[in-house]
Design a protein around this ligand. Sequence first.
Ligand code: SF4
Length: 319
Amino acid sequence: MSESLLEVNGLKKYFKVGRKAELKAVDDVSFTIRRGETLGLVGESGCGKTTCGRTSIGLYEKTGGSILYNGKDVHEEKLRNPLGLSKEVQMIFQDPYASLNPRMTVGEIIAEGIDIHGLAAGAQDRKDRIHELLHLVGLNKEHGNRFAHEFSGGQRQRIGIARALAVDPTFLLCDEPISALDVSIQAQIVNLLVKLQRDRGLTYLFIAHDLSMVKHISHRVGVMYLGTLAEIGPSKELYHHPLHPYTQALLSAVPVPDPRLEKSREMIVLDGEVPSPINPQPGCRFRDRCKLAMPICGEVTPKLKEVAKDHAVSCHLYP
Ligand code: SF4
């Protein structure tokens, strides 16, 4: 698991707000995702994680930076062949209620990609593929004749996964795929994604705001704050030794299953509001909420620096 599949360097995505202002949704974010790996991207609502994910696969035009998928520039590839990347890269959406067409049967929904890309050798092959995909995600072939509204939230998300897998992709952008589900169902969907990754060698960018569930699926985790990457590192290390004060605060709110340990832990409460991402001031964007802020934090924007193997942080506490 060493070869990079997605390389994002200095990615920027700004939106114009009014005549002069700019909303810096993603500002100088860099990360790589290796083949067969899951990178979890976490942060509060509005931190830019979804915009970052969607821009990284070319769904949104970037404002700056470079994105290489399998060594090829995502933007140039899209201009040359708008469908070329979409077969290789698929997406699982947050809202299983809104992302499935209510007028199509589940079989038709799953077959859409197969039809667009001409993947079936005939009617029987098409049918077999639909049944195989339903089986793969834990549904049965009779489910293919029903409509999305006849299913529970978890089952709908399974249909969304089957639809994404129909074109045999390599990379899946999982855009908060468990946020709308009950906790018990969240675990089932995460387990299904882990199994599919193992069986099919898939690579995931898994976006979520719930740190506890991200831990179970991610090999590495990136923490975003207000359009920037605060910290990125191997999942276990980041959970046991968080470096950035923001990551430490987020993790202090995640309950641990050991009652004795849970009792001895201290929750770090973040004061203040999340500042506006419109025309942000120079310096660390977390400084108004950081108890450890120093004078330099208001003057110089910290750069993402590797401080241990594969573990990088944007904070002046780590020079
Ligand atoms: Fe806190 Fe300064 Fe580090 Fe920002 S750079 S997280 S303000 S110590």
